[in-house]
Design a protein. Structure first.
Length: 135
């Protein structure tokens, strides 16, 4: 037993993990500074303990969209949508991603719902006019 104590005396407790909301706040600050890759890393860290993962997915999706990484954006928006399908920002982001990637059938399916959730959004209204003109 004394041998065990000898080894245990050098073990230090791990530093407490930063709360997810602080990590998320740091991510938002990095995004505002235009450091989107750094912000994405912080949101990935936040998602581990976050109770509302849809927000983390949504924010990372937007950043990937802004960086032109449309496949990643779509995947993350889909994850967010699966958790919170009524969030207007998620609906808009996923709809715009479908438009940008040429997924017209998915776009036509989701666009009415996105427009209902964001009735005054100019980007969605323009998209709706374009879809109606094609019909």
């Amino acid at each position: 037993l004394p041998e065990l104590f000898y080894f245990l005396k050098d073990i230090k407790p791990a530093a407490p993990r930063e709360p997810y909301y602080r990590t998320r706040e740091r991510g938002w600050r990095k995004a505002q500074e235009g450091k989107l890759d750094e912000a994405i890393e912080l949101f990935q860290a936040s998602i581990v303990s976050s109770p509302n993962k849809d927000l983390d997915y949504r924010e990372m999706a937007w950043m990937h969209f802004e960086l032109g990484r449309l496949a990643e954006a779509e995947s993350l928006y889909r994850s967010a949508y699966a958790i919170n399908p009524k969030d207007p920002v998620i609906l808009k982001g996923l709809t715009l991603t479908y438009a940008k990637t040429g997924k017209s059938e998915l776009l036509k399916t989701l666009l009415p719902e996105a427009c209902l959730a964001n009735p005054q959004d100019p980007a969605l209204l323009e998209l709706q006019r374009m879809v109606e003109d094609e019909a």
